[in-house]
Structures are given as C-alpha cells and as structure tokens.
Design a binder for this molecule. Structure first.
Ligand code: BGC
Length: 938
C-alpha cells in the first residue's frame, strides 16, 4: 500500500525536494516503475519521471512549481552563460504565468489530496441477465486471446493512426477486429456525404422523445454505414451548470431529467443500428478553461468538486439513465472530480459507475484524459484513447507495451485485464451480429444520408423546427403567410420584408473553418470535436426568398451586421417587416475564435448583434414596421437590451439547427409549422442572476484550479426559483400559434410508499478466467516485425524488460468495498425504476390551429427531517414530460409514470435513494417550470 509520504516522494514537489537535498534522482525510472501510479494521488508520477528534473524545471514552462532556491541555482547558471538568456527566460516566465492565469504566483499551493475515497476492486462485467449471452460469447473469445491481443483491444493505436479519431488494434488470431471510434454527437465528424444534424441543445428544445430517438437512429445508421463501431456521443456532461460553458450545446439542456431522457432515447436509436453509443463526459466537465492538462498552461487539469448528493441527483443522473438504456460505452472526462482525475478515480468508475449503476460496457478515456498507467486500470478504466499517453502522437502509451509489462510483472492483476477486454468484446456482441459487421463494405465516400422518405434531412428539418422556441409574439404577428400578411388579413399592397444580419446569410460557407471554429455566416453548430462537415447549410435568406410568394412579397436581404443604414436609410424605412438574425457561438477549448476560447466570455450576442437588433427594431418601417428577431445560439443569451423595444414584435430562439436551418425557420415564419419548442435552459436577465456557481473560472485559482459546486442542486431554474429571481424566460417556456388548457389531474398511487428500495438483487456470476500470469512470449515483438513510427503496439522487445518489484498500490486498495444497496442491475437497483405513481392530465387545444404542447411534471417535496436539520429540496424539479399533437378543440389524456427514483432523494448518510414517506409529494403539471396549471399530491 502506498502511504502519503511515499506518494509525496513521487509527486513533483517531492522529487524536487529530493533534488534540492542533493539526492540522486533517476532521470528515468525503470519503465515498470514509471508506469505505476496511484489512481487516488492524481498526479501521475510517470508524467514527471519521463523528464529530466533539472532540465524540466529549468524551463519557464513550470514556473508555478519552481521554489526560490531552484530559481537561484538556475539564475546563477544562466548568468554565467548569458544575460540575454536570463532576460529571455524572464520574459518567457512572464508570458507563461499570464497564460497560466496567474499560476506562477500560486506555487506554494499543493494540490488537494484524498478528497475522493478509494473504491476497489473493479466490479467485473457480466453480472446482469440482459448481457449474459454477450458475456458468454465474449468470455469464450477472450479465453483464446494472447496477452498481446488483449492489450491491443484496450489500447488505441495512437492519434491519427487509423481512419477514425480513435482506433483499437485487432485480436487477429481469434478474429476480433480493431474498432473504429468516431465523434459524435451532432453527426459524423470529418465525414463526407453525411448529415449535419441539429445539435443536442436543439434536440433538447424539441422535448419530443420520438424525435430524439429518430435522430439517434439516423446518427447510428450513418455511423454503421461508414464502418464506425463506436460513436462518441451522446453528450450529457456538461450538464449546463454554467450558461457560458463552451460545450453545453452538445448536450440537451440544463436539467438532469431532460438530459437523461434525451440521452436514453438517442442511445436507443444509435444502438438499434448495431453501433456502440458512448455517453460522455463522465463527469463534471462543465467548462473548457482548465479542462485538460497543459492545454491551458498548467500541468494539471482543474478539479470539479461535487458533493455526493449533487453528483447523484444532478450530474450523475443522466448517466444513470444512459446505463439503464443499455449504453455500451462511457467516456470519462478530462478534468478531476474531487481532486482525482476522472479517468483514474476509483470511487467514480469502480464505485459509482460499475457497482452502483451496474454498468456492463467499457469505460474509455477522453482523448489524453488518462493520466496514469496501472493506477487508471485499477480504478476502472478499460480502454485508453487515442492510445497516446501524456503527449499527443509521440508513440508512447501509458498502456500498450506498458500494460503488457504491468501484467507480466504482476502489478496489474490478470483478472482486471481480462475484465477490461471482456467488457469491450461483450459490448461488441451486445450491439448486433459481428458476422454482419465483418461483411460490411467500408467505403469512405459512401453516401449515408438516406433517401426519399428515409432521408435524414427530413429528421434534421423536423428537429430544427421543433427545436425552435417562440418566446414573444406580440399581437400574434406570427405566423406570416406565403403572401406575407397573415392569412386572415386583407391588404391591397404587397409586403416588403427586409432580412438583416450576417447570421441570416451564407457567409463563406458552412465549412469555412476547421471543426467549425469560427463564427461567420449563419450559425448551424458550435465548434470542436462535436461539429461536422456540413454537406450543405440552407441559410435563412435562401429559404425565405423561396418560401414567400414573390408576386406578393418583396424580400431584400442584408446579410451583414453593419447594413449601410446611414447611406441608404430607405432600406430600413421601406420595410413592413424586418427579420433580424443574430447569434452567439462557442465550442471546445482547443479552438479560440474572436477572443472566445471555448467558453463564452459573456451571455451577450456576438458580433454586435444587440446593437444591430436595436437599430433595426427602432428604424424598421420608419418606426412603424414590425421586427422579428431570430437568434441562433449555443445557449441562453441576454435579451434585455432589446426585448421590450416597441418595434420587437416576435422573438424566436432557434438554437443550433444544423443543415436544414433556413427551411425550418421559414416554415415557422410563414406558418407551415406551428412552433412547439420549449426552452431547455433559463434565459436570465444577467449572468449574475444565475448565481455565483454559474460563472466560468477564467483565471486559475491554484496549481490545480478548483471549481467547487457549492450551489449543489441549484443550477438554472432551481436557482432562480430558490432565490425568487424573475428570469426573462424560464426553463420549459415556449409559445405556440395556438393555446392549450389543462384539466382533470389524477394522481394514482401504483405502489405503496416505502423509504428504501428493495434489497439489492444478487445478479448472476461474472465469467471466470484463468488468473495465472501468461508466458512472456505472448507479448514479445514477433521477429521481423516492422513497427510504424508513433503507432502503438502491445509488444515488448525482450523478456528482460520485465522487472519485478513491489507495486505501490493506492491507499484503500486492499479493502474490498461492500456493494451498494442502490445497485444490483443495469441502471442501479431495479426497484428504483418501478413505477410508484401514475399521473394523468387532460390537455386541450383551445386555439384555432393544430399544434403540439409539451406537458411537464415537476415535483415539490415535503419537509423531511435529516440528521441535523430538514433535508433541503428545490422548489420544483422536472421529473417527466410528454409532447402531444392536438388539432383545434381536441382533448387528449396524457399519462406520466413516476418511478421510485423520481420520488426519492439521495441520502448521503444512508448511501441510498430515500423516498419521503411522511407528508405528501406535490405534483405540479403545466406548460413550463413556472406555469403550473394543476397540482396534485402523492
Ligand atoms: C473531446 C471528446 C471527443 C474526443 C475525440 C476530445 O477532445 O473532449 O468529446 O470525443 O476529443 O475527438
């Protein structure tokens, strides 16, 4: 067992101290040692040991850690050589410390330690009946594999060492193929002839379960036809704690239930196509700044510090839904959770994911998120992606040959390796027939977009339409008609419509920048690995020009945010209607655009969009025209500067619509489609209104930047509700061209209340394997084998590379953790999924046109006495929703099922979901998180 002193001796500081004491430090420890690490210590010794301490610390790259003494020595050395060098060094240090967000001044701080408890050993896969056939087949195959084959399956071949963004090696002798892993989650990244679907946030805004599923299925089908085995989506982390978070748009909205339902539907769709879905990023990757080691000038990624209850009820919730839906892969995130890297966090992967949630598939690392070798395997990581270790594309993996060595010298139990491999192979069997997969034709240029009725563009268009949220429609200015004026009005004159804003136009084309990393033209998606090449992008201008009857409507367009209004004021004065487009963009942190490095800098419209709207709304029709605002955005934007201007009659939040953008917005504006989107986030009046926890940490506050989620359950609408803050538009809100009434709420208890779920079921035994250490020959480089540069192989060069020693297992490794009572099946204790109450309500279309309504169910909890005080509950939490189509005057009864988990809270003392049995749970049904029409009790 490794004690903390020993651990300190392996940390950067520890090694530096030894160095200062004049003790000799091996410049590179034996590989066997080098790849040992403590998953709970979080700072992987190997990262340090790969370098020469003197040279490394002489570099300005790590000033934050260089104590004064060290700097003095260095200074002397440099003075002797050259003053110039010293100046250059100082400048570099300064630049570096600025880049690192002040890290230099914080060198005295030590990374926090011991905040994530140890949880060992990894629960083996194959313990639930739903996977038993797949595990049986997988075990048979794995038993025949050599060590090299097994290692191949766990380790990517290296960045850009294959056609996909991630590729594993095959097990040739037994006939198991290398797997191709590709992003996700908006479409197929880097692919041609594939669909650019609307982003997750738009899907969330549809609140349409059927569409979520169909979009997932289209995505899965495209992946299958392109030869992809593992899709890197959907994404539910970030959850949306920070509205400016750069990648919130890849997920489905700032609420765990909305995210969880959307993810489960998407996974179902993808996996029905025989493709492994990956739910990502597990967990706490809420912002881009400091998400990854070295990317932000600091050697360590940040830590998201999340308490147990918040983890269960918020950030972990959608992952639980995903596991319940049978997701076959989970991607662990870059940053630390409670000061332990997510991909080496035994409590998170072994304890919560594999024991409590009963996850049967495999855990893959985000790209270079693995920070330790043996440590991460012990902590529950099953596959390292893209295979490279601590640096990109240098051919050095933390696994590959090092994993072979770790098994051969006894550091990593053979049983763990077998489980890692069996999980991957079982996932492959679980998702369809490998025979079919073997026969597929893999053609890079194959068109996978579907045709006719099955064209995926139809799904893309429907999602874009239903994911558009109408938040203002004064005097029912919308819908217009093909002839411009609303259908029931008679106008002798033709209508003049002016379309304004760069966001309405083509710009330089949708694929002008790599990974969509710039905001120009109309905004169809955010940027980063979640973005795709657009096969086409219908701009609003092109669609609107054809949507209107050209005999009756004169459309003029000004696809710029600086229309020449001073020079030619008539272009604004002459319009009856002005449609103005503006946007706000963000993306993954490896790209920066116009000062936005991943996370947005604020919640305002970009490219002076606010000023443009103000100018248009004030001047349209000489002050008499009506302005319709359309926003494309990665998340909420502050609308207060212009929403109440008298000229602004209608506002549409069109989110990120993908390739069918223009068609979708045109359908809504001319009334071919009735808007039915609901906000998947709250639109506040200022960023401050979202609370202190909602702010991105832009500047490092420590060597390991710390983000403590002290607001707990109170993000987005829960925060607004708790603090009585009025938003501009609340979560779940959205208007329609018709109106809906609610009546007849009936709450029917299905099962009697009881505090705890039934005892954990035993499950079935996992497959058994021979646990003897294999013969070294199984991993030796075959004679005459020619290695490709930077390609990662499982082989070791010679038997003498295997060094024996005592492995410093992490604290708590020798304590076997008891299984959680909240576990016992895929998705957790099966009783958590039993329906305890049924809610039904009648919804009537009380207007004059057909439309879709999203009926939403929120719960309020009674007073529950906790250990010291009452358990704290949000005012309302979303628990269920259904979208229904109703023609005018039609009434339909909508049913909702509430499960034990829906009705429970996570009790940190009892370590279980607990249902309040005293008092009544309030059931609020309505049209948004603040528009409750009926209330019942359970
Ligand atoms: C992202 C992942 C993505 C991976 C592969 C990482 O930078 O965080 O979401 O799947 O790259 O492209």
């Amino acid at each position: 067992m490794m004690n903390r002193e020993k651990e300190a001796g392996q940390s950067r500081e520890g090694l530096l101290q030894s160095y200062q004491r004049g003790e000799s430090i091996p410049l590179r420890k034996s590989l066997e040692d080098a790849y040992r690490s403590d998953s709970e210590s979080d700072i992987d010794a190997t990262e340090f040991l790969d370098r020469d301490p003197l040279n490394d610390y002489a570099q300005p790259a790590v000033p934050a850690y260089a104590p004064a003494q060290q700097l003095r020595k260095l200074r002397n050395a440099f003075t002797r050589r050259s003053k110039c060098l010293l100046i250059a060094l100082a400048v570099l240090i300064l630049i570096w410390s600025i880049l690192a967000g002040g890290g230099f001044f914080l060198y005295k701080q030590k990374p926090a330690d011991g905040q994530s408890p140890p949880w060992y050993p990894t629960p083996p896969g194959g313990t639930v009946t739903q996977w038993s056939e797949s595990y049986k087949k997988a075990a048979e195959l794995v038993k025949k594999m050599t060590l090299a084959e097994k290692v191949n399956i766990t380790t990517g071949t290296g960045w850009q060492m294959g056609l996909a963004v991630g590729n594993t090696g095959p097990a040739n002798i037994v006939g198991f193929p290398g797997l191709a892993l590709q992003d996700g989650p908006l479409g197929l990244r880097f692919a041609d002839n594939a669909t650019a679907l609307p982003a997750g946030i738009t899907v969330g805004a549809t609140w349409n379960k059927g569409l979520m599923y169909r979009r997932g299925k289209a995505h899965g089908q495209e992946a299958r036809l392109k030869g992809i085995n593992v899709l890197l989506g959907p994404c539910v982390g970030p959850l949306g704690r920070m509205p400016a978070g750069g990648r919130n748009w890849e997920g489905f909205g700032s609420d765990p239930v909305l995210q969880g339902i959307a993810a489960a539907q998407t996974i179902k769709g993808i996996q029905e196509e025989g493709v492994i879905a990956t739910i990502k990023h597990f967990v706490g990757n809420e912002q881009e700044h400091f998400r990854q080691s070295w990317e932000w000038g600091l050697p360590n990624a940040m830590s998201s510090n999340i308490d147990d209850r918040t983890l269960h009820e918020m950030y972990g919730w959608p992952f639980q839904d995903s596991v319940k839906a049978g997701v076959a892969s989970v991607m662990c995130s870059y940053q630390m959770l409670n000061n332990s890297y997510s991909c080496g966090n035994s409590k998170l992967l072994n304890g919560i994911l594999k024991d409590e949630l009963g996850f049967q598939g495999f855990v893959q690392s985000d790209w270079l998120a693995q920070r330790s070798g043996v440590g991460s395997a012990l902590a529950g990581l099953d596959m390292t992606m893209p295979g490279d270790g601590l640096r990109w594309a240098n051919g050095q993996s933390l696994w590959g040959p090092e994993l072979s060595k770790a098994v051969l010298n006894g550091s990593l139990p053979v049983s763990r390796l077998n489980d890692m491999v069996t999980r991957v192979v079982a996932a492959w069997y679980q998702l369809g027939s490998p025979d079919d997969k073997d026969k597929k034709v893999v053609n890079k240029f194959i068109d996978v977009q579907g045709t006719g009725e099955d064209a995926h563009s139809r799904i893309a268009r429907q999602v874009a339409t239903e994911g558009t949220v109408l938040v203002k429609n004064e005097g029912n200015i919308l819908p217009l008609s093909k002839d411009g004026w609303p259908a029931l009005e008679t106008h002798a004159i033709n209508m003049r419509i002016g379309i304004f804003g760069e966001d309405a136009g083509e710009g330089r084309g949708p694929n002008a920048c790599p990974d969509r990393g710039c905001n120009q033209g109309t905004l169809g998606s955010g940027w980063g690995s979640g973005a795709v090449e657009f096969p086409y992008l219908i701009s609003p201008i092109s669609a609107l020009k054809t949507a209107f009857n050209s005999d009756r409507v004169y459309v003029t367009d000004f696809p710029t945010n600086s229309p020449p209004l001073k020079k030619t004021p008539e272009i604004l004065k002459e319009q009856d209607i002005c449609v103005v487009f503006a946007n706000s963009d963000s993306g993954e942190g490896f790209i920066a655009d116009a000062g936005v490095r991943g996370d947005r800098n604020d919640l305002y419209l970009q490219k002076d969009g606010d000023a443009l709207i103000e100018e248009i709304a004030t001047g349209c029709g000489g002050g008499k025209g009506s302005t319709i605002v359309v926003i494309h955005s990665v998340g909420p934007v502050i609308v207060d500067k212009w929403i109440n201007l008298p000229g602004v009659k209608a506002v549409l939040m069109a989110n990120l619509p993908g390739q069918e953008s223009g068609n979708a917005i045109a359908d809504i504006l001319i009334g071919n489609q009735n808007p039915s989107g609901k906000l998947p986030y709250t639109i506040g009046k200022s960023l401050d209104d979202y609370g202190p926890g909602a702010k991105i940490l832009y500047y490092a506050n420590g060597v390991v930047p710390q983000q403590t989620f002290s607001e707990g359950l109170y993000i987005d609408y829960r925060h607004f509700d708790k603090n009585g803050i009025a938003p501009s538009f609340e979560f779940g809100f959205g208007l329609s061209y018709t109106t809906f009434g609610y009546s007849n709420l009936v709450v029917t208890p299905v099962l009697p209340k009881s505090p705890f779920p039934s005892p954990r079921p035993a499950g079935i035994p996992a497959p058994e394997f021979d646990s003897a250490i294999p013969d070294v020959k199984e991993a030796l480089l075959p004679t005459g084998f020619r290695k490709l540069k930077n390609f990662i192989y499982p082989y070791i060069n010679k038997a003498s590379d295997i060094e024996k020693g005592t492995y410093p297992y992490p604290d708590g490794y020798d304590v076997i953790q008891p299984p959680s009572q909240a576990g016992g099946d895929e998705g957790g204790n099966p009783d958590l999924w039993n329906v305890y109450a049924n809610v039904s309500v009648d919804v009537t279309n009380t207007g004059s046109v057909p439309g879709k309504e999203v009926a939403q169910v929120y719960l309020g909890y009674p007073d529950v006495l906790g250990e010291a005080s009452n358990v704290d509950f949000p005012v309302s939490v979303l628990r269920a929703f259904e979208k229904i189509y109703l023609v005018a005057n039609e009434t339909r009864t909508v049913n909702f099922n509430l499960t034990r988990r829906d009705l429970s809270y996570w009790d940190v003392v009892r370590q279980n979901w607990v249902m309040p049995v005293e008092g009544s749970i309030t059931i609020k049904v309505g049209a948004s998180s603040r528009d409750f029409r009926l209330t019942g009790y359970y």
